[in-house]
Structures are given as C-alpha cells and as structure tokens.
Ligand binder design. Structure first.
Ligand SMILES: CC(C)(COP(=O)(O)OP(=O)(O)OC[C@H]1O[C@@H](n2cnc3c(N)ncnc32)[C@H](O)[C@@H]1OP(=O)(O)O)[C@@H](O)C(=O)NCCC(=O)NCCS
Length: 195
C-alpha cells in the first residue's frame, strides 16, 4: 500500500515528506549524545557511518509504504530550507510520535511548532482517537513539550534507552482534548483604568 505523506506548512518551519537524500543532513546533525541519549535503546550507538541511510531504507520507508508511519524532515522556511530535524507519527502501540532537532536549533520552540503540525495531522486527517508517546522522565525538554501540549502521564515504569535503563512515562492526549485546547478562548480582556 502506498502512503502519501503531504507537506505541512508552519509559521517558521515546514514539514517535508522524508526522502532518501535527507540521509546526508541527518547523518551530520543527528548522531550527538545530547540528541540520542534518551532515545530508545534499539538505536545503534555509536552511530554507524551509514546509519541514517539504513534507518530510512530499512525501517522508515517500509513503515511508510505499509501505511503505519508518516515521516517528515523539519526544515526552516525560506529559500534554502535547510533540514534541522525530523518528526514522525506512527500507528504503533503506545509509541505514536517521535522527533529530534539539531543542536543549533534547540530552545526556540521550533519543535512545539512541528509537533502541532504533525499532531493536527494525526487527529484531523488520519483520524486516530488517541496519541500516546513514551519518554524518559529525565528528558526534561521533551516532557515540557508534552506538558505544554496538555498531555497526561498515564503510565510510569522502567524502559531501556541509549543511555541505559531508567524511569519512563507514557503521555497521552485524546482527539477531543487536543481540539478543546486549541479552541480555548483568548485570556479575558483586561480593562485599563480610566484617567
Ligand atoms: C526534545 C527537543 C526536540 C525539544 O526541542 P526544542 O525546540 O528545544 O523545544 P522547545 O524550544 O519547545 O523547548 C522545550 C522546553 O524544554 C525546556 N528545556 C530545555 N532544556 C531544558 C533542560 N535542560 N532542563 C529543563 N527544561 C529544559 C525549555 O525551557 C522548554 O520549556 P518551556 O516550554 O517551559 O519554556 C530537543 O531537546 C531534542 O531534539 N532532544 C533530543 C531528542 C529527543 O529527546 N527527542 C524526544 C524523545 S521522547
């Protein structure tokens, strides 16, 4: 089954369907300890020289073709559109979204933007009722992201990561919760005192 992954346009970034040519930029930006340490232990570490190409060809593209994964490169808007990270959503038990961002672009809220685009797609286009994501409790930036998205911690237990076995949580949000957060009215108007 062919699975069409669309381009998703954001304010500062664009999500482009992942292609094999992206493996060069991924190979350069991804294999850094700060990026991989809280990823699942299935990741080969130290990262092999052809790790990005193999991951795309042997794991990502077959899953996309099967219709169980939707994978994007994250690119900055503009003329050159450099690749700065990756995000995917997948129909896998308790593991529906994964992402990473190159070190130079951390801390600017860019992944929040990418997550909004991919999660809207998960609920509004693909029509899944629930999103669940696992993450190490120690992975504060990723946890903050889930907290800010209104996700609930529904399960806690040890899991194996690249940096070892440690406490982890499964975070969840439903389609209804996701939509209701987006429809929240703006904060009440504060009247300015006269005179
Ligand atoms: C997770 C990741 C994508 C976050 O990307 P980002 O664009 O920097 O995220 P944001 O700018 O939206 O910031 C995330 C939050 O983490 C906070 N944060 C950042 N570094 C932190 C730290 N060391 N300790 C505590 N909080 C931290 C930020 O202040 C922000 O919180 P806020 O919303 O309260 O201000 C990025 O850190 C990354 O690529 N990590 C490696 C891969 C990874 O762990 N992926 C997720 C696996 S579950």
């Amino acid at each position: 089954m062919r699975n069409d992954v669309p381009r998703l346009q954001g304010e500062r970034i664009v999500l482009e369907p992942m292609v094999l040519a992206d493996s060069h930029a991924i190979q350069r930006l991804f294999p850094h300890w700060e990026i991989v340490r809280y990823l699942s232990h299935g990741l080969e570490w130290p990262y092999p020289a052809d790790g990005a190409r193999r991951l795309l060809q042997e794991v990502t593209f077959p899953s996309v073709a099967q219709g169980i994964e939707w994978a994007w490169s994250i690119r900055l808007n503009g003329k050159r559109r450099p690749l700065i990270g990756a995000i995917s959503v997948a129909d896998r038990p308790d593991d529906n979204r994964g992402f990473w961002l190159g070190l130079d672009w951390h801390g600017q809220g860019l992944m929040t933007e990418a997550c909004t685009l991919a999660t809207d797609y998960w609920f509004d286009v693909l029509g899944f009722p629930v999103m669940r994501v696992p993450k190490a409790m120690a992975n504060m930036p990723s946890r903050r992201l889930s907290e800010r998205e209104g996700m609930r911690l529904v399960q806690v237990g040890p899991r194996n990561f690249v940096s070892g076995r440690m406490p982890a949580g499964i975070w969840e949000t439903t389609a209804a919760e996701w939509r209701s957060r987006k429809l929240l009215p703006p904060p009440p108007f504060q009247a300015q005192p006269l005179g």
